[in-house]
Design a protein around this ligand. Structure first.
Ligand code: ACO
Ligand code: KIV
Ligand code: MG
Length: 514
C-alpha cells in the first residue's frame, strides 16, 4: 500500500511563541520561517496579526519573503481579526486564513457567553467571510476534545458548508488520550456528512505528555494534517513536537503507512536555531534533538553500537542532521568502548597496559561525570611516565580557609610500610607538599609548580606538574585528579620517585646529612 502524505502544519511562530517568556522579533521570525521552508513544512502559521502591530508586521514580511509553504494567519471568529489576517497574508504565494472559536460547553458558558445556536451562526459567518477573501480557509473548534461529540459534528458540518477546506480538531488543553482521540476522529469521519470536502487536521497539547501519541493516533484514524512546533514549544506544556512526529512517521512508516515531505536532515539545525532565538533550551534527554538522543554511555550498549548501530539506534543521527552518534565514556562504559577510543586517539597499546589504563579509567569515572578524550590522553601520559615507585600516596587530608592556617596530613605507602606526617603551610598546596616532605624524611624543596585543568566543567580533571632539583638534575612529576590538592601531592611524590630512581636512597640520605 502506498504511504499517505501527512501535511505538516508548523505553528512554532504562533502557538510556539505563546510559550511563556518567549517573544520573537520580526527578523527572528523571518529567519525561523526561512528555516521552516528549508525543512519543507507544508504550512507555516506565521502569527496572529490582530494581536499586535509587531505580529502583523512579522506575518506580512513572512508572507512576502518566504516561498514554498502555505502561509497561515490566525484569527478569532470575527470580522476584525479575519480582515487583519487577510491583510497580513495577502502577499503570500499560498495564503490561508485560520479562524477558530471554542465549542466546549465550559468555554461557551464561561468565556464566550454564547449559546450553541449563536455559536453555529458565528462559525458560518466567520468562515464565509474568510472564504470571500482567500480560497484556503481552515476552521478550528477550540477545546474540541472536551466538546459534545454530536454538537462538534454539527459545527464542522456548518464550517465545511461555509467554505472551510481544512477542519482542525484541537486537544487545546492536552486532556485526551490516544485511544479516545482516535475514536473521536473516527466519529467525526462517520458523522459529518460533508467531511470528504475537507482535510482533517489535529492540534494537540502536551499537558499530560501525550501530544505526539494523540497526534499519531489521530493519523492512524484518518487525520491527514498535524499541527506541531519545533522542540514542542507552545502554550503551557507545549504542542506536539514536530521532530518527534516526523521521525515517528518515518521510523514506523510500515506501521502508519504514512509519510511527510520533511527534509529530516534539517531537523537538528532548525531545532538549534529555534532554541537559540527563543532562549528555550532543549533538554539533553529530549527525543530526536536532545544532546543524549544519540549518545551511548553504558558498556553493553556501546559494545553493541560499535559492532552495529542498529543494535541500539532506531534511527540514524545523520537522518536528522547530526553528524555522528556519541560514545560517552563514563562509569558505566566498558572495555570495548575504551579500547576503541584509545585507537581513535591514535594509541597502539598492548593488552597489559590497556588493562592498567582501564582500571585507572574506571577509578576516574567513579569520581567524574564524563571522561573526555583529554582525560584519557592524560591517563596514557601518566602511565607512560611510570617507573618503579618508592612511594605512593595512600591518604591525604587538608584543612584550610581564609582565616585559618592551612594544615595537611599525609600517609605514604612504601615497601617497608606506611609513613605518616603532618605539616602546616602557606595555603593547602604548600601544606600538603611540606607534609609529603616530612613523610619522606629529608628536605627537597620545589623548584617550580604548575596547575591546569585538563578538561572543562565543574568536575574537570586537574593536572599538577612539579619540578625538583638534585645533583644538577631536574626531576618533574605529574599528578592527575579532580581534587587539585591530591593532584599536587601525587605530582610531588612522582617527582621524588624519579629522583630516587636516578640518585638512589643512600645519596639522598647523605645529601640530607643522615
Ligand atoms: C487556544 C489558543 O491558543 S487561542 C490563541 C491564543 N492566543 C492569544 O490570545 C495571543 C494573542 N492575543 C491577544 O493579543 C489578545 O488576547 C487579543 C488581541 C486577541 C484580544 O485582546 P482583548 O481584546 O484585550 O481581549 P482579551 O484577550 O482580554 O479577551 C478575549 C476576547 O476575545 C473573545 N474571544 C475569544 N476567543 C474568541 C474567538 N475564537 N472568536 C471570537 N471571540 C473570541 C473573548 O470572549 C473575549 O471577548 P470580550 O473582550 O468581548 O470579553
Ligand atoms: C487556535 C487553536 C488551534 C489552538 O491553538 C488550540 O486550540 O490549542
Ligand atoms: Mg494551541
Amino acid at each position: 500500500m502506498e504511504a499517505r502524505k501527512i501535511q505538516i502544519f508548523d505553528t512554532t511562530l504562533r502557538d510556539g511563541e505563546q510559550t511563556p517568556g518567549v517573544s520573537l522579533q520580526t527578523e527572528e521570525k523571518v529567519e525561523i520561517a526561512l528555516a521552516l521552508a528549508k525543512l519543507k513544512v507544508d504550512v507555516i502559521e506565521a502569527g496572529f496579526p490582530v494581536a499586535s502591530p509587531g505580529d502583523f508586521e512579522a506575518v506580512s514580511q513572512i508572507a512576502a519573503k518566504v516561498k514554498g509553504p502555505t502561509i497561515a494567519a490566525l484569527a478569532r471568529a470575527n470580522e476584525r481579526d479575519i480582515e487583519a489576517a487577510y491583510k497580513a497574508i495577502k502577499k503570500a504565494e499560498k495564503p490561508r486564513i485560520h479562524t477558530f472559536i471554542a465549542t466546549s460547553d465550559i468555554h461557551l458558558e464561561h468565556k464566550l457567553k454564547m449559546t450553541r445556536a449563536e455559536l453555529l451562526n458565528r462559525v458560518e459567518k466567520a468562515v464565509s467571510y474568510a472564504k470571500s477573501l482567500v480560497a484556503d480557509v481552515e476552521f478550528s473548534a477550540e477545546d474540541a476534545s472536551r466538546s459534545d461529540w454530536d454538537f462538534l459534528c454539527q459545527v464542522y458540518e456548518k464550517a465545511i458548508a461555509a467554505g472551510a477546506n481544512v477542519i482542525n480538531i484541537p486537544d487545546t488543553v492536552g486532556y485526551t488520550t490516544p485511544v479516545e482521540f482516535g475514536a473521536l476522529i473516527t466519529y467525526i469521519r462517520e458523522h459529518v456528512p460533508n467531511i470528504e470536502e475537507a482535510v482533517i487536521s489535529v492540534h494537540c497539547h502536551d499537558d499530560l505528555g501525550m501530544a505526539v501519541a494523540n497526534s499519531l493516533a489521530a493519523i492512524a484514524a484518518g487525520a491527514s494534517q498535524v499541527e506541531c512546533t519545533i522542540n514542542g514549544l507552545g502554550e503551557r506544556a507545549g504542542n506536539a513536537a514536530m521532530e518527534e512526529l516526523v521521525m515517528a512517521l518515518q521510523t514506523r512508516r510500515e506501521y502508519y503507512q504514512a509519510c511527510t515531505a520533511i527534509n529530516t536532515q534539517q531537523i537538528y539545525r532548525t531545532s538549534r536555531l529555534v532554541s537559540t532565538l527563543t532562549g528555550i533550551a532543549v533538554p539533553p534527554n529530549k527525543a530526536v534533538v536532545g544532546d543524549n538522543a544519540f549518545a551511548h554511555e553504558s558498556g553493553i550498549h556501546q559494545h553493541g553500537v560499535l559492532n552495529n548501530p542498529l543494535t541500539y539506534e532506531i534511527m540514524s543521527p545523520e537522518a536528522v542532521g547530526i553528524s555522528r552518534n556519541a560514545i560517552v565514556l563514563g562509569k558505566h562504559s566498558g572495555r570495548h568502548a575504551f579500547e576503541e577510543r584509545l585507537k581513535h586517539l591514535g594509541y597502539e597499546i598492548d593488552t597489559d597496559t590497556i588493562n592498567t589504563l582501564f582500571a585507572k579509567f574506571k577509578e576516574l569515572a567513579d569520581r567524574k561525570k564524563m571522561v573526555f578524550d583529554k582525560d584519557i590522553e592524560a591517563l596514557v601520559a601518566e602511565k607512560a611516565a611510570v617507573r618503579p615507585e618508592w612511594y605512593t600516596l595512600a591518604y591525604h587530608h587538608v584543612a584550610s580557609g581564609n582565616q585559618t592556617l592551612a594544615t595537611a596530613s599525609v600517609q605514604l605507602r612504601t615497601s617497608a610500610g606506611l609513613s605518616e606526617a603532618a605539616s602546616c603551610g602557606n595555603g593547602p598546596v604548600d601544606a600538603v607538599i611540606k607534609a609529603v616532605e616530612q613523610a619522606v624524611g629529608f628536605p627537597i624543596g620545589l623548584k617550580d609548580y604548575q596547575l591546569k585543568a585538563v578538561t572543562a566543567g565543574e568536575d574537570a580533571l586537574g593536572e599538577a606538574t612539579v619540578w625538583i632539583e638534585r645533583d644538577d638534575h631536574t626531576f618533574s612529576g605529574r599528578g592527575l585528579s579532580i581534587d587539585v590538592i591530591e593532584a599536587s601531592a601525587k605530582a610531588y611524590v612522582s617527582a621524588i620517585n624519579k629522583m630516587l630512581a636516578v640518585c638512589g636512597f643512600p645519596a639522598v640520605e647523605q645529601a640530607a646529612g643522615r
